[in-house]
Design a protein around this ligand. Structure first.
Ligand SMILES: *[C@@H]1O[C@H](CO)[C@@H](O)[C@H](O)[C@H]1NC(C)=O
Ligand SMILES: *[C@@H]1O[C@H](CO)[C@@H](O)[C@H](O)[C@H]1NC(C)=O
Ligand SMILES: *[C@@H]1O[C@H](CO)[C@@H](O)[C@H](O)[C@H]1NC(C)=O
Length: 449
């Protein structure tokens, strides 16, 4: 008698396969599943946990790692080359070294894994990439954003360096990524593996650093993209010219007054007219109305009465303003990575961008709407206290830096130095010295701009 020993694993595989297949009764689904399973699990079918069995779309790529072990030891560090010289061999550095300098004010040790998943689409240079961060409890919200935006998205995900957490997170991340072909088409995922929670500004910078287009929009994933500003920016040379000459375009943010109403984005308005109807009856208003300084510099009154196609300048900036902006990927300053935790991190980021001379201009036909959810308030309260102090010092430091350097370069009295001139004398602790720098450099500038 011929006895063929079939590994137990095979029975197991076959059982799962048959069970899942039964669910997919039509031939096309069956073929798709067959292809999916052989693509994802051909190599290491049993090395991951069972949640890896979530069938994806055939487009879903294989992740770089499925376990903590693989994540830490299994991904070889790349090499960065400088091909500038044609004579002699190229200069090179390990990717880990390069990244440790690129994010050098972040906490260490930390491992950044760029393009853990890499989207199949190659976005055009003049496209707008949404750069954002997600925590694992918000994955479901992210799917909605991907579905609505249908353009390039660069997302940073923090992975806490603890075995049980990593395995679980990688599995649910794969389920998320396999849940829609739009993910594989548009979303680049970058991981930050370390022990430090809520290094928001580092994560923001990672998402921006690896974006593959000339323009980026810093967005929180809780927002629903309501109007197609992406297409408008891409195909309006005037808007791109503004971005190229150091303007950031503000997309105004709104929120439902009744929190329950703001949970289903399927019914959110998609035109300014529909939005205004809801504003007029008090159902929708500015985002985060309980904290006016956060957004009211957008000047909602002006927004409501502006005419189609209008773009207007933000004239009442103050340092707590944290609008959602589209800007060039490469020009404006990066977010200060010393801000860890809630409070001030985004405002600090926007403060330095503004201070450097970027002007904020509002796209008056466009808007985004916040999807309501509950916040963990206790952590936030404590961290805000620390960051308030840090932000106070950051403003002084940034002001002195830009005033001094722009004065020395002879551009403080040019257009580029206007924001620094106006803002820094309003910070009481440095008002006097700021005034002196501005006064003594008068007449030196305006030659260069
Ligand atoms: C740069 O150098 C690397 C390593 O020598 C090489 O693989 C790559 O093709 C070069 N790229 C260009 C654009 O010359
Ligand atoms: C992550 O943890 C492992 C041990 O579990 C350690 O070997 C590795 O250096 C840690 N990496 C980082 C970036 O913290
Ligand atoms: C924003 O709110 C502050 C305080 O409520 C107010 O003083 C300021 O004028 C407002 N700015 C705009 C542009 O509405």
């Amino acid at each position: 008698m011929i006895c063929i020993r079939v590994p137990r694993a095979f029975y197991y595989l076959a059982a799962v396969y048959v069970a899942v297949s039964l669910v997919y009764t039509t031939t096309s689904h069956f073929l798709q599943l067959h292809r999916a399973l052989t693509t994802y699990y051909g190599r290491t079918f049993f090395s991951g946990s069972l949640s890896w069995l979530a069938p994806g779309h055939p487009e879903t790529p294989t992740p770089l790692a499925r376990t903590h072990q693989e994540l830490i030891h299994g991904i070889p560090s790349g090499t960065v080359y400088w091909n500038s010289s044609t004579r002699g061999p190229n200069a090179a550095a390990s990717e880990d070294l390069f990244l440790s300098k690129a994010f050098s004010t972040s906490m260490r040790p930390s491992k950044i894994i760029p393009y853990f998943y890499r989207a199949s689409d190659r976005p055009a240079a003049n496209d707008v990439t949404i750069t954002t961060l997600i925590t694992s409890n918000r994955f479901h919200v992210f799917s909605r954003l991907v579905e609505r935006y249908r353009g390039p998205i660069s997302v940073a995900i923090h992975v806490k360096n603890v075995t049980s957490h990593v395995d679980e997170l990688l599995a649910s991340l794969h389920t998320l990524y396999a849940s829609s072909p739009l993910m594989a088409q548009h979303v680049d995922v970058h991981l930050i593996v370390d022990a430090f929670d809520r290094q928001f500004n580092t994560w923001r910078n990672v998402a921006r650093f690896f974006a593959r287009t000339d323009y980026v929009m810093m967005l929180d994933i809780d927002f629903s993209v309501c109007t197609d500003f992406r297409r408008v920016i891409r195909f309006t040379p005037d808007l791109r010219q503004r971005l190229d000459s150091g303007v950031a375009l503000v997309i105004p943010a709104f929120e439902y007054s009744n929190l329950d109403e703001g949970t289903n984005q399927d019914v959110f308005p998609r035109t300014k007219e529909a939005l205004l109807n809801l504003v007029n009856v008090g159902r929708i208003g500015m985002f985060h109305a309980s904290w006016q300084p956060g957004h009211n510099s957008t000047d909602y009154g002006k927004y409501y009465v502006s005419s189609p196609g209008e773009v207007y300048e933000v004239t009442h900036y103050q340092p707590s303003y944290e609008p959602y902006i589209v800007m060039r990927k490469d020009g404006p300053p990066w977010c200060d990575e010393r801000f860890v935790g809630y409070g001030g991190n985004k405002a600090a980021c926007l403060f330095e961008i503004y201070l450097s001379g970027v002007s904020f201009q509002v796209l008056a036909d466009h808007f985004i709407i916040h999807q309501n959810h509950l916040y963990e308030e206790t952590i936030r309260k404590n961290e805000r206290k620390y960051n308030r102090k840090l932000y106070a010092e950051f403003k002084e430091e940034a002001c002195l830096k830009y005033l001094k350097v722009y004065a020395d370069a002879g551009i403080l009295h040019a257009e580029r130095g206007r924001n620094a001139r106006e803002q820094c004398v309003r910070i009481r602790s440095i008002a006097r010295v700021a005034g002196q720098i501005i006064e003594s450099s008068q007449g030196l500038g305006s030659l260069q701009d």
